[in-house]
Design a protein around this ligand. Structure first.
Ligand code: HXC
Length: 525
């Protein structure tokens, strides 16, 4: 009798283990084999395959794999797949912890219902509590239609958390499928958006709605594909050719970032750079209006192969990105003379100011390379709000309390001199090369104003203007007036730049700056 009871309890126990195993298999299958095949046939990976590629081997711990929706309408009670269309949990990337969620398109098209939102919110809360970056892999039809307002509420809960986590932990969104409607606002609130070249789409209203409302006919790709967001809207920071490459870019990006706003970023041993600095002089053209590629200057000065440019194809007149100097992460901002002479426009202001605020939030020093003829003139720019957007840049530099260093390479004219990390906005060390021209405006423009009457009275005004401009340039378009006034701390030879930056960053590492007590400022957003 006793024995029989023992057998039956063993059986019962075995069944419990089998039951768990079966539930796990069901959960892992998501929407089933057919839908997985369908996902593959579109050239897309599944939610779990993506996680496998993204994180360190065997490091992923899944949470909430048995969560199901509780909706009954539209016959939903008959279909309650485990996981509810999202895989969530924590893992390691380069041996550092991350939280993540990966939407599973094979389950209700990855659409977000109440249960999916609650799962995502749980990992977001855990990420903030533990000071760990959060990564979202998005592939979703948006709000789950069958769940109505409950799914809208779920999005609201996510946006709220995105906002509270901003400046506390790095937030990264990777768009690997559709991301439509209000759903796009979670990525837009996060720090970095990555897209896959094909199959990634972001728009507030899709092609069908656009056609119904405006009559315009447009494809998914043309309306919200990676090309649009990398070059027209600036929403996307990095684009990968394939999903594997896109996920690799996430790993690379994380290698520059601290895990939270109280943490240090990882350090790396730099490769030796002995004689490279000598070529810097040759990178600047003889003529002051001749363009050159500022990226060559940046890459020569920073640690080898360490520069990662963000938003590369949008507002190309302003370069932003992360790099390392002597192994430590720095944020880089630079004018790019190759595009509209490096002048500052609406988009360049937005691009740089958001990046400055990111660096400031996460204690990353800011290094600015200056070659700027001014703000971009024009009716279009004025109407687009150059005043308001330019003010964002002034605000961001002034507000940032992290170590700030600037180097004037060539032009620094007018308001653009002030805005590009000048001494007057609290920059700690302002350096200039002997090629720097710091003035209210370019020599010719200045002489046209100064000598207007004289030029009206002469026979060959162009020749006289050129002579005046030459004299003006020699006398005023140099770094020395600014150096005499202490606005430039040091005029240096180009080949001294790397060493100066390393030593200066070293002395600034314990910088502490107090700002007036307030709830928050009101930037001209
Ligand atoms: C419920 C959805 C869904 C959704 C897709 N599915 N989107 N189920 N709610 N929002 C389901 C489909 O019914 C289908 O189920 C499966 O997912 C795959 O979808 P397909 O249409 O077959 O896939 P595909 O041809 O690749 O097209 C993908 C798509 C399309 C472009 C995303 O499904 C689509 O247009 N969906 C609607 C997108 C949308 O308008 N969402 C609402 C946005 S508004 P079966 O069972 O047939 O496999 C919004 C508001 C958020 O999100 C507000 C936040 C503040």
């Amino acid at each position: 009798m006793v024995k029989k009871t023992e057998y039956s309890s063993e059986d019962e126990e075995k069944n419990k283990y089998d039951d768990l195993e079966n539930k796990r298999i069901q959960s892992r299958e998501g929407g089933g084999k057919k839908r997985i095949e369908n996902q593959h046939s579109k050239g897309k990976l599944t939610a779990r395959e993506r996680i496998e590629i993204l994180v360190d081997e065997d490091s992923f711990i899944e949470l909430d794999s048995f969560v199901t929706h509780q909706s009954a309408k539209f016959d939903m009670s008959k279909n309650r797949p485990y996981g509810d269309g999202v895989v969530t949990g924590h893992a390691k990337i380069a041996d550092r912890p991350v939280y993540l969620y990966s939407q599973d398109f094979t389950v209700f098209g990855g659409s977000l219902g109440r249960a999916q939102a609650t799962k995502i919110c749980k990992v977001m809360d855990l990420a903030v509590k533990t000071g760990t970056p959060i990564i979202g892999l998005l592939d979703s039809g948006g709000a789950r239609i069958q769940e109505g307002v409950a799914s809208l509420a779920g999005y609201g809960d996510i946006f709220f958390r995105n906002t509270l986590a901003s400046g506390v932990i790095p937030q990264i969104s990777v768009i690997l499928g559709p991301c439509a409607g209000g759903a796009v606002y979670s990525p837009a609130l996060t720090d970095f958006v990555l897209m896959n070249k094909e199959n990634s789409f972001m728009f507030v209203t899709g092609p069908e709605v656009v056609k119904a409302v405006t009559g315009e006919e447009i494809s998914f790709y043309e309306l919200g594909g990676s090309e649009v967001h990398r070059s027209k809207t600036g929403i996307c920071h990095l684009v990968g050719e394939t999903e594997e490459e896109t996920l690799g870019l996430v790993r690379k990006l994380l290698s520059y970032l601290p895990s939270n706003n109280l943490d240090d970023s990882p350090t790396y041993s730099p490769l030796p750079k002995v004689n490279e600095q000598l070529i810097l002089r040759d990178l600047i053209p003889q003529k002051d209006n001749e363009p050159y590629d500022m990226k060559n200057i940046i890459c020569t000065i920073v640690d080898s192969d360490s520069f990662i440019e963000l938003q590369e194809d949008w507002a190309k007149n302003m370069i932003i990105g992360f790099s390392r100097i002597n192994g430590d992460t720095i944020g880089i901002i630079a004018n790019q003379p190759m595009f509209i002479g490096g002048s500052i426009d609406v988009n360049a202001s937005d691009k740089a100011s958001r990046f400055i605020r990111f660096c400031d939030s996460f204690n990353l020093p800011i290094l600015t390379f200056v070659d700027v003829p001014g703000f971009l003139p024009g009716v279009k720019q004025e109407y687009e709000g150059l005043i308001r957007h330019g003010a964002k840049l002034l605000y961001a530099y002034s507000e940032a309390t992290v170590p700030k260093i600037s180097i004037i390479i060539r032009k620094a004219y007018g308001g653009a001199y002030i805005v590009m990390s000048s001494k007057h906005l609290g920059t700690d060390f302002n350096l200039a090369w002997p090629t720097a021209e710091i003035a209210v405006m370019g020599s010719e423009g200045a002489c046209k104003v100064l000598y207007k009457n004289k030029l009206n009275d002469v026979e060959k005004p162009e020749e006289v203007l050129a002579e005046f401009a030459k004299q003006f340039k020699t006398e005023f378009a140099t770094p020395y007036q600014a150096a005499e006034l202490g606005y430039i701390d040091k005029v240096i030879f180009p080949e001294e730049t790397r060493k100066e930056i390393i030593l200066t960053l070293n002395i600034l590492q314990n910088k502490r700056e107090q700002t007036p007590k307030r709830k928050h400022g009101v930037p001209p957003v």
